[in-house]
Ligand binder design. Structure first.
Ligand SMILES: Nc1ncnc2c1ncn2[C@@H]1O[C@H](COP(=O)(O)OP(=O)(O)OP(=O)(O)O)[C@@H](O)[C@H]1O
Ligand SMILES: [Mg+2]
Length: 444
């Protein structure tokens, strides 16, 4: 909607002379066709406004039975408001709005006077119009705010998405590394096995040739003897039993490596599984193991992990979201440890109606002045590119959407303990579990 200009607010109602009598002014109000106006301006000989007389002030005066007789012939300047609100037409609309609204009396009984640039009377302005203008501006501002809010939401959604992609990228890199190690030695083993088999092959061929010779009814003793001679030569240079033992060892290792790869792939599948409904009960301890496998590259070599798992009942939740929370807590804990005797204590237990997981590290701890900020989106103390600061904001939202809670205790130089608790009975009906998928909404 186009905003009003000052000229739109102006009504060129003729002003009154200060010398007009009270009776004459009353008549003007009654017959002058000024239905809209609350008041009329009074000007001097130079058309400069010197006061305002309002319909309301006249009524008050005339309510008195004898006023007409007593004052009817007196000039209006005795009864006018000598300090009306005067606004120059050269002022900006916002000056008009602020001047008028700051001097508004409630209830509104007078309008205000517009003057030309030279200070002469230009017309009346209606307070009601100014109020409409204010309303219009507020509506415009609201619209702009709503638009800005929408844009923030969209860019936040975008960032959440890129955080997820970044986390995924990091995870994929870690997992690729995890798979690469067993894959490396499985590959080596297979090559060594191939060499061993190649070594055994001439021996087998020789045995085979000897066997054929022995089975031949026309066998010639000299040829058999020569075969036996070659065979014993081969046997001397080559211990077949040892080679076969090595081969079976290689196969055992290879099987172990393949099993490890299988486990990693299974964890990945669990981690990324499309969520079942949140009413499905999930074994949280399995989720912890999955998150530990997936986050292994952050943790190994750096920390020793102690698990104290008290039995907890299966909890209805969206497992991939809980995995995301656990992975973030484990990664945060590992990243907070800057020494080489890092420890992580992971516990599970039941408290009241909640299944709880606590993750405790002996890392840097969080200074008290920062504790209040860590759940804010984009709050991070990590280097650019290392953390987006969305991990805990998203974790908080996920846990709250599950009807649970996430809390922490921390001491600088000692460590930090995060605890998540999830209701064993599931998400209370008033907190829709769908909220868990609405990670886009800003965290309040
Ligand atoms: N276990 C912890 N020990 C010490 N500080 C922590 C711990 N967990 C979180 N923090 C602090 O809280 C901040 C916010 O954590 P959050 O997980 O939200 O973001 P981030 O880890 O910095 O980035 P991202 O999770 O996107 O990689 C961290 O930068 C860190 O300062
Ligand atoms: Mg984090």
């Amino acid at each position: 909607m186009p905003s009003a200009t000052l000229r739109d607010l102006l009504d060129a109602v003729p002003p009154l002379s200060a010398e007009l009598s009270l009776n004459e002014v009353t008549e003007r109000f009654q017959t002058g066709g000024f239905d809209r106006v609350l008041s009329l301006a009074i000007v001097d000989e130079d058309r400069r406004p010197i006061g305002l007389i309002s319909r309301h002030a006249l009524m008050e005066l005339l309510l008195n039975k004898y006023s007409r007789d007593l004052y009817g012939k007196r000039p209006i300047r005795y009864f006018m408001n000598p300090e009306p609100v005067i606004v120059s037409l050269v002022a900006g609309t916002s000056t008009v709005v602020s001047t008028v609204t700051s001097q508004l009396k409630t209830p509104v009984v007078e309008d205000f006077i517009f003057t030309e640039a030279d200070g002469r009377y230009a017309g009346l302005g209606y307070v009601a119009d100014v109020l409409k203008l204010v309303e219009q501006r507020l509506a415009q501002r609201n619209e702009a705010l709503a638009k800005a809010n929408q844009e923030i939401k969209e860019s936040q959604a975008h960032l959440v998405q890129s955080e997820k992609m970044a986390a995924l990228g990091q995870m994929v890199a870690g997992v690729a590394h995890e798979i690469n190690t067993p894959l490396g030695y499985v590959g080596n083993n297979v090559q060594m096995a191939a060499e061993l088999i190649a070594n055994v092959q001439p021996l087998v061929a020789e045995y085979d040739a000897l066997f054929t010779e022995l089975m031949n009814p026309e066998a010639d003793g000299a040829r058999i003897e020569s075969r036996i001679g070659m065979l014993s030569e081969l046997r001397q240079s080559f211990d077949a039993n040892r080679e076969l033992q090595d081969l079976s060892g290689l196969f055992e290792d290879t099987q172990f490596g393949l099993k490890q790869i299988g486990e990693i792939v299974q964890s990945l599948k669990n981690f990324a599984r499309v969520d079942r409904a949140t009413t499905d009960r999930v074994n949280l301890i399995e989720n912890i193991e999955t998150a530990l496998t997936v986050g292994h590259h952050h943790l190994k070599h750096r920390v020793t992990i102690e698990k104290r798992f008290e039995p907890i009942p299966d909890v209805p939740c969206a497992p991939s979201q809980i995995n995301q929370v656990l992975l973030n807590l484990l990664t945060n804990a590992a990243q907070a440890i800057h020494h080489d005797h890092g420890k992580l204590l992971i516990r599970t237990y039941v408290r009241d109606e909640f299944a709880c997981i606590s993750i405790e590290d002996n890392g840097t701890g969080i200074p008290p002045e920062h504790v209040g900020r860590i759940f804010e989106p984009f709050y991070t103390t990590k280097k650019i590119g290392e953390g987006t600061g969305l991990g805990l904001a998203i974790s908080y939202r996920i846990i709250k959407a599950h009807g649970g809670d996430i809390r922490l205790a921390t001491r600088v130089g000692v460590g930090t303990r995060f605890e998540i608790s999830l209701p064993i009975a599931g998400v209370p009906p008033e907190q829709s579990a769908d909220a868990a998928s609405d990670l886009m909404a800003p965290v309040s």
